[in-house]
Design a protein around this ligand. Structure first.
Ligand code: GLU
Length: 485
């Protein structure tokens, strides 16, 4: 049972587009916060000026807004603990770096990049498992330090990591995690440009922003012992840690751009529904303990717990995402789909054509079970939007023969006599012709489908006729007869 108010944060660095992995971290933080009636905070970790990408913060905010992960505090949502952009908090980090310096838990380092390079090369020659700073500058006297400052030698501030100690912490997902300080480098805390590194800024802010649970990707696990040392040195209470499993490609390599899209925006522009994306991402490393796979955000909030997050990497399965997209699409009402379809038409070749809502609603009703994406109402059934101007070659070969033209001619005569026909009227009309000619229904129905749709597959052919209407049906039959002969 968690008694204090839960406060969690998603702390992205604005280095580009929001990736699926980042969205998973944001989502799990959101679900955990909302499950416990807590607060979900966005903090922008923009202290690495070399990696800063213009527009990345705006982009991130717009993706979070689109997907519906509402935050309680953040760069554009006022809160008690702001500012929520680290670049606006530099003085705060300096203050704590100074505290650490005073207590001997950090020290100035004046080593040149050349010396550090030589050190690294020497350690590589000695085949040491990992390059580490050799604490050279720890031995400077106060006067030496003063002298270096006076001569304007650039400096950084490093963490003074004690040797041969164990750093142990609990992780909700990984249980007890242990690191040996001999494997931990004297991490730079303040860089020569005066900006803090991720490690210092992250710990200071988590403390000052009263973050109770740090939920982040597994790639940060190896940084955590440095953070634990900082909490101890600053005599601060530590938050609870939960490191989320890696996201994997189907071949179990780390999810990467090489094997497909990783930016959330790519999925947005491909027409994935936000409900499907949320549902899919929630299942990347978590399940409720049963085999239910279809969820809306509010059910996820209700069910989510960190204890049910897996340790093992989660495989990104695009098929499953596509399946969920179709499921979520089908659960939408026809009028919800209508709005989306109208927007899609505006972005299609049919943008200048006008279709009534009633017309589009019948198309939706007929096609709903046959599409996984809204745009497929158009791409799978273009014949509802314009007459075919070509006919699938394979189908022509298979289904169109010498009699077809003549049979369709007779059919169009029957249809022309119908007054305001229903679906059943089209069916009866066609059947009466098969009886008259003593032939199987297939001899007419396949050429008919080809004539009105240009394709060999689709919804029931009488549904198509009924939707496009009698005049259009006859027009298309005549055009096919002329074209295919
Ligand atoms: N700024 C880090 C990132 O880009 C945050 C890691 C953390 O949550 O501590 O993912």
């Amino acid at each position: 049972m968690i008694s204090e108010t839960v406060r969690v944060r998603f702390a992205p660095s604005p280095t580009g587009h929001l990736h699926i992995g980042g969205l998973r971290t944001a989502l799990y933080n959101y679900l955990f916060a909302k499950h416990h009636n807590g607060k979900f905070i966005i903090r922008i970790e923009d202290t690495d000026r070399n990696r800063y990408v213009e527009g990345a913060v705006e982009n991130l905010i717009s993706v979070l807004n689109w997907i519906g992960l509402k935050y309680d505090e953040g760069p554009d949502v006022k809160g008690e603990f702001g500012p929520y952009m680290q670049s606006q908090r530099l003085d705060i980090y300096k203050k704590y770096a100074n505290d650490l310096l005073e207590n001997g838990k950090a020290y100035y380092c004046f080593c040149t990049p050349e010396r550090l390079q030589e050190l690294r090369e020497e350690q590589q020659r000695q085949k040491l498992p990992q390059a580490k700073y050799d604490k050279h500058c720890l031995n400077h006297t106060k006067d030496e330090i003063k002298g270096k400052f006076e001569s304007g030698i650039p400096h950084v501030i490093r963490l003074n990591v004690p040797s041969n100690q164990k750093v142990v912490f609990d992780d909700v997902i990984r249980e007890s995690v242990e690191f040996d300080t001999s494997n931990i480098d004297d991490q730079v805390l303040i860089k020569s440009d005066g900006f803090p590194t991720y490690h210092l800024a992250n710990v200071v802010d988590d403390h000052l922003m009263k973050i109770t649970h740090v939920i982040r990707g597994e790639e940060w696990l190896s940084s955590t012992p440095k953070h634990i040392l900082l909490y101890d040195f600053l005599k601060w209470e530590k938050p609870v840690f939960a490191h989320l499993p890696l996201l994997l490609n189907p071949d179990r390599s780390k999810l990467s751009k090489r094997q497909g899209d990783v930016a959330v925006e790519d999925y947005q522009s491909k027409g994935y529904l936000k409900e499907a994306l949320i549902n899919f991402i929630a299942l990347l490393g978590w399940n409720a303990g049963d085999d239910k796979e279809f969820y809306y955000l509010d059910e996820l909030v209700e069910k989510f717990s960190l204890e049910r997050v897996n340790k093992a990497g989660a495989v990104f399965d695009l098929q499953k995402l596509n399946w969920l997209n179709a499921e979520h699409l089908r659960k939408k009402t026809n009028s919800e789909i209508l709005q989306m379809l109208k927007a899609e038409i505006q972005n299609s070749d049919y943008e200048t054509l006008i279709f009534s809502d009633d017309y589009l609603l019948t198309v939706i009703e007929t096609m709903k079970e046959r599409v996984s994406f809204v745009k497929e109402f158009i791409t799978n059934a273009p014949y509802f939007f314009e007459a075919p101007d070509s006919y699938e070659e394979e189908i022509v070969k298979k289904r169109w023969n010498q009699e077809s033209a003549e049979l369709l001619k007779a059919l169009s005569e029957i249809y022309s006599k119908l007054d305001n026909p229903t679906k059943e009227d089209y069916e009866h009309g066609l059947k009466s012709l098969t009886e008259l000619k003593q032939i199987g229904i297939g001899k007419i129905i396949h050429p008919l489908r080809l004539a009105v749709s240009g394709m060999g597959n689709g919804p029931g052919v009488y549904d198509i006729l009924h939707i496009i209407g009698k005049d259009e049906t006859i027009k298309r039959i005549n055009k096919a007869i002329e074209t295919l002969k």
